[in-house]
Design a protein around this ligand. Structure first.
Ligand SMILES: [Zn+2]
Ligand SMILES: [Zn+2]
Ligand SMILES: [Zn+2]
Ligand SMILES: [Zn+2]
Length: 323
């Protein structure tokens, strides 16, 4: 249980951090595909008696680099190549595992969906080292990753090489997939990369705040999921992902409530049938945030569509529908 918690902590930290760039690039499913390929690596490890963590790492990193090379080629058949790679990975993995001496349905399920009882002490050591590498790379590269993922043309113009950055990102994803294979499992790791980020983006708009929240959600759900799966005797990966989805639903609901409250608070001021405020209208203009308020007859209000919104102190942003 202690080892499992440690492994969960490592995945919970790394997955959302790497996942945020996948979400931004709309490549969320790459993690899923690399998980499929990693299974073939695990199987090769079991068959040859090599540590499956290392063979999985080789397979996943190799596939990650191959994917970026194919994508950089920009051929329209790129997604077919990926599909063949991914299905080949899982098909090869299933067949090889069935051939290996340790191969069993239970063993396969443990790799696919996580199983906290399988985490060995040497696994935790390897995972800790790999996570440290992923974290260091992610922190150092965040400005570059952010530039390339938000605006590739701009990044290119600024002298960054998107291909190199993409390959590094893909390798980070592949490494995170391997770190996850005991706790979350190869088929569900993509969810831990995506769901905490999706939930955090419901709460925060700024990249930094959303990322920190996503990592927090990842840590809470991965460790919480391990604890629950320990007592409920369920696969840890499925439990972790269900917890994460519960947080996402709660965040979405909270946001809906917040928006509804903001809309109700957003009261329109009197109509100005005969007077339009403007730069030269004679009323004092008070620019702030994203709009300009005008002082008029003791009101402080701002134009909004066909009416004026009353400005109330303490609800500066007036997010309820301001264009
Ligand atoms: Zn005026
Ligand atoms: Zn007015
Ligand atoms: Zn309004
Ligand atoms: Zn205002």
């Amino acid at each position: 249980m202690q080892r499992a918690l440690l492994a969960a902590l490592l995945v919970g930290l790394a997955a959302p951090l790497v996942g945020v760039f996948l979400v931004q690039r709309r490549l969320a499913l790459i993690g899923d595909g690399l998980g499929h390929v990693a299974l073939a690596g695990v199987a090769a490890g079991l068959l040859t008696g090599t540590a499956p963590v290392w063979t999985a790492l080789v397979a996943a990193v190799g596939a990650a680099v191959l994917i970026e090379v194919v994508r950089a080629g920009g051929r329209s058949s790129g997604d077919v190549v990926l599909a063949v790679l991914f299905y080949g990975g899982i098909a090869g993995g299933v067949v090889l595992i069935s051939l290996s001496p340790e191969g069993s349905a239970a063993n396969l399920t443990a790799y696919l969906f996580g199983s906290i009882t399988t985490t060995s002490a040497s696994d935790v050591t390897v995972f800790a080292v790999l996570t440290a590498v992923v974290l260091a790379a992610a922190v150092i590269l965040t400005p570059r990753l952010f530039a390339v993922t938000t605006d590739e043309e701009f990044a290119r113009a600024a002298g960054l090489r998107p291909f190199t950055v993409n390959v590094i990102l893909a390798v980070l994803v592949a490494t995170t997939v391997v770190v996850s294979m005991r706790t979350v499992g190869l088929l569900l790791i993509s969810a831990l990369m995506v769901v905490p980020n999706a939930a955090a983006q419901q709460i925060h708009r700024s990249f930094r705040a959303a990322l920190l929240t996503a990592v927090g959600i990842g840590l809470v759900t991965s460790t919480g999921g391990v604890v629950v799966s320990f007592y409920a005797d369920t696969p840890s990966g499925g439990t972790i992902v269900l917890l994460g989805i519960a947080v996402f639903v709660a965040a979405t609901a909270a946001r809906a409530v917040r928006d509804a409250v903001a809309t109700r608070r957003h009261r329109s001021a009197e109509r100005h049938s005969e007077h339009e405020h403007g730069p030269d209208c004679g009323h004092e203009a008070l620019p702030h945030d994203d709009h300009v308020d005008y002082l008029h007859d003791g009101h402080r209000h701002a134009p909004h569509g066909d009416h004026y919104d009353e400005h109330t102190y303490g609800q500066e942003q007036q997010t309820g529908g301001r264009p």
